[in-house]
Design a protein around this ligand. Structure first.
Ligand SMILES: Cc1cc2nc3c(=O)[nH]c(=O)nc-3n(C[C@H](O)[C@H](O)[C@H](O)COP(=O)(O)O)c2cc1C
Length: 348
């Protein structure tokens, strides 16, 4: 099949997963298996992203994509942020770490320059809509541009900005919600199938579906609903090529974790993860990304270093129980073959 000018064996995209899970090895394994692998540029310096792209190119000649976080607004409710950081004091003291709530632009402008000077086949954005000028510059450099959206109105803005395709992320998805603005109630959000149905009448560019997709039947379902491909995140988290921590990988199969929820507790932005003690203790985090993400970083790292799954973010989509500890090539091939069977039998 063709996806954004790239010939793929399967309509499967390996989701970018910032914070360590995405690695050049994982992206190469997905691309070599006939899907489209992605590198996650989020949280990396421009130099580190450049090095990961070089490593990925060394590992494979297959096409791939790179994802960037767009910078967030600077103004937040400072008093609410200070009160929240105060509420983290006990955890910080136990671990002997600092909590500093500061804004940063995730080095997005520098990473964009890396992508403009060394173009990659596909660039995707999340946490906002790139300007038409940014989209045009990337397209002129030879990249296709994908924008993550979570609502039909965001989709229309992305189309107006000139995006080549959308990554439509349902509320089932693991990790951060890619909403353009986090200023929404934590409980709101579009289910993937409802979102795909709405997009069918609203936009004409290709839509990649993301959120809770774990099996070939799921891929067939979103394709029947109008998507051109399915983006798998959680399904790849336990693969040996994934750089997710052992604490995270083990929690996905630990029976003490029975479900996921959307929280701002770790980052100040809505994200879905396994419900753990930290989430239960901090239900009222304000909307303040990346300030809260920076404030909790040392606590999260300290907790992982201690092997404690209750003090760190365990991002996971609603299908987490089906994530397998299997090489990524096998996951992609198994989901792809299962998809082909379902698709050729009309979804039965
Ligand atoms: C650990 C983790 C990290 C993620 N990081 C990113 C990211 O850096 N950029 C991005 O666009 N999406 C990110 N996502 C969201 C995925 O792109 C995708 O929307 C999601 O994984 C789909 O839902 P699923 O996890 O149920 O498959 C992340 C998801 C997870 C689970």
């Amino acid at each position: 099949m063709d996806l954004l000018g790239q010939s793929l064996r399967w309509p499967i995209v390996g989701a970018p997963m910032a914070g360590g899970a995405s690695t050049p090895d994982l992206a190469a394994a997905v691309s070599d298996a006939g899907g489209l692998g992605f590198l996650a540029g989020g949280y990396l310096s421009a130099e580190a992203l450049d090095a990961q792209i070089a490593e990925l190119r060394r590992l494979t000649d297959a096409p791939f994509g790179v994802n960037l976080f767009l910078p967030q607004r600077t103004e937040v409710d400072r008093a609410a942020v200070d009160a929240y950081v105060d509420s983290l004091r006990a955890e910080a003291e136990t671990l002997g770490v600092e909590t500093v709530a500061r804004w940063d632009d995730d080095a997005c402008p520098d990473k964009l320059e890396v992508l403009l000077s060394h173009p990659v086949p596909i660039v995707s954005f999340t946490f906002g809509c790139p300007s038409p000028e940014t989209v045009r510059r990337l397209q002129r450099a030879g990249s296709r541009v994908v924008v993550t959206i979570t609502t039909p109105s965001e989709a229309k803005l992305a189309v107006a900005a000139g995006a080549d395709a959308l990554s439509a992320q349902g509320i089932e998805a693991g990790g951060h919600q890619g909403t353009f603005d986090d200023d929404v109630d934590p409980d709101t959000g579009w289910g993937l199938l409802a979102l795909l149905a709405a997009l069918r009448t609203e936009v004409a560019i290709p839509v990649i579906a993301a959120g809770g997709i774990m099996t070939g039947s799921d891929v067939a379902a979103v394709m029947i609903a109008g998507a051109v491909a399915a983006q798998l995140g959680t399904a790849l988290l336990r693969c040996p090529e994934s750089g997710a921590s052992d604490v995270h990988k083990s929690a996905l199969v630990d029976p003490i974790f029975t479900g996921t929820a959307i929280t701002r507790a770790f980052s100040g932005r809505r994200a879905r993860g396994l419900v753990n003690d930290f989430m239960r203790r901090h239900r009222q985090a304000p909307s303040a990304y990346p300030q809260i993400n920076n404030a909790t970083r040392a606590i999260r790292r300290g907790s992982v270093a201690r092997g404690d799954p209750h003090g760190t973010n365990l991002w996971a989509g609603q299908g987490f129980r089906l994530a397998q500890d299997r090489p990524a090539a096998e996951v992609v091939a198994a989901v792809g073959a299962d998809f082909e069977t379902r698709w050729s039998s009309g979804g039965r």
